[in-house]
Write a protein that binds this ligand. Structure first.
Ligand SMILES: [Zn+2]
Length: 103
């Protein structure tokens, strides 16, 4: 009898998702400055400070991207307003047919 036990191959994977669908995303966190404890205000889960920092950094990146998109839209709107204003300035005032001609 062999002393070596057969060991099935194991596959280890990591799950990098911040949360699974249907679970609390822990977006509303509470920081306890005395114990350095981070908890979720919505589900009361205790979170690691590293997780909270990562979540906040991700949210910050999302917010910055949103701001950049809004700035681009604002610049396009400003440009369009200038184009339309220039177009209006170029138009000649139309003559009012009800007024008699001076000739
Ligand atoms: Zn939560």
């Amino acid at each position: 009898m062999s002393s070596v036990l057969p060991f099935a191959r194991m596959r280890v994977t990591t799950d990098d998702r911040m949360h699974r669908p249907g679970e609390c995303a822990h977006r509303n966190i509470r920081l306890d400055p005395r114990g350095g404890i981070v908890t979720c205000r919505d589900c009361s889960a205790t979170l690691t400070p590293f997780w909270a920092l990562t979540m906040l950094a991700d949210q910050y990146a999302v917010a910055l991207t949103h701001i950049e998109r809004l700035e681009t839209r604002l610049a396009r709107a400003d440009s369009r307003i200038l184009e339309l204003s220039a177009e209006l300035d170029c138009r000649q005032p139309t003559k009012d047919p009800s007024k008699p001609s001076s000739t």
